[in-house]
Design a protein around this ligand. Sequence first.
Ligand code: NAD
Ligand code: MG
Length: 394
Amino acid sequence: MRRIAVLGATGSIGGSALDVIARHPERFQVGVLSANQRVDELIALCRRFRPARAIVADPAAHDTLARGLREAGLACEALAGPAALAAAAGDGDCDTVIAGIVGAAGMASTLAAARAGKRLLLANKESVVLAGALLLREANASGAQVIPIDSEHNAIFQCLPMPSAVPGERFGGVRRLLLTASGGPFRGRSRADLAAITPDQACAHPNWVMGRKISVDSATLMNKGLEVIEAHWLFGLPSERIEVVVHPQSIVHSLVDYVDGSVLAQLGQPDMRTALACALAWPERIESGVNALDLAGIGRLDFEPPDRETFPCLDLAYQALALGGSAGAIVNAANEIAVSAFLQGRLRFLDIPALIARTLDRIAVTPADTLDSLLVADAQARAAATLWLDTQGT
Ligand code: NAD
Ligand code: MG
């Protein structure tokens, strides 16, 4: 029986994970559930999954959570705050951690799970972009299994010669990794078309239903940029051997190109339950609730190069990878600030890459060998990006 901590249980990844878990009560038990602020939703999930602990990230919501659990007659411990979250990811109430929190807020718990030698189902790509080298070091030292949940990386994980959960391991015979990108809701548009884009337009992804931050990242192609950096750390290949190809149908989730000319791909419906089921049961296969693929019904699979001029975020991510050190942390932090400002109507869509480029330009890149140095880079980048937003008065 696997005991699972679902961090970010009220989100899109958390919901998909719990859907798969609920299909296999003989295999999986929920040990921990966490949410940011939505206490009522968290309590409803606790009624259904009966975890030993429930954690809310906002300390001010602790008492409401404790009272709600008591009133529901649940013997579930109520905890609050980022430290409780990181502690739960590393302690004995779980052997498997689903890192489903969005943004750098997920980093401490992701690192704690890696340090404690858990099976880490890694959806929180921002923590890899921010602290990939450290995460690898922790996982390799503890023997943690890191299984990617991001659909592209999960596809590559499945297409590698011997799917291995040791992150950063080098594989013989691989020429390139090909990450597929849907192109987002604005594929085929010009920069001029994108001047007046609203948050709801940016979040209307053609193939995937996801949280708002990753949806905006998909619309700017920064999501693919973050995924290039993520692939670099998880699979140990340099950036010139990680390529992006646009595939609007989102059926081929990514490919591995071998030196003998073989290209292996993983196909499936655009539904995160496939990756989650694969990682929860690995190396076995279990039902995920996802329908079988009807290739004749789909009819055709198209591929085209990404439009790097209209969507400069992709190249900003390659630039961060080339710079190394804390550049990933800077780009990630600036992007989080830019996306949040865009969602609040304070920044125009086309100014998202401009704000990231400007921040990367202003903040000195330092070595990324300690958590403290990365947290400093993250804080500096957030402060610089926020200052620019405030002084622009937009
Ligand atoms: P979401 O916004 O739907 O859910 C985010 C979850 O994190 C929620 O449970 C929320 O309560 C929690 N959270 C938010 N801020 C927090 C904080 N400060 N402290 C603690 N918890 C906090 O997001 P999502 O779409 O589920 O994405 C989660 C992660 O998975 C992201 O890193 C995203 O890039 C990655 N991912 C998502 C998908 C997808 O299909 N949704 C696919 C690939 C990767
Ligand atoms: Mg992805």
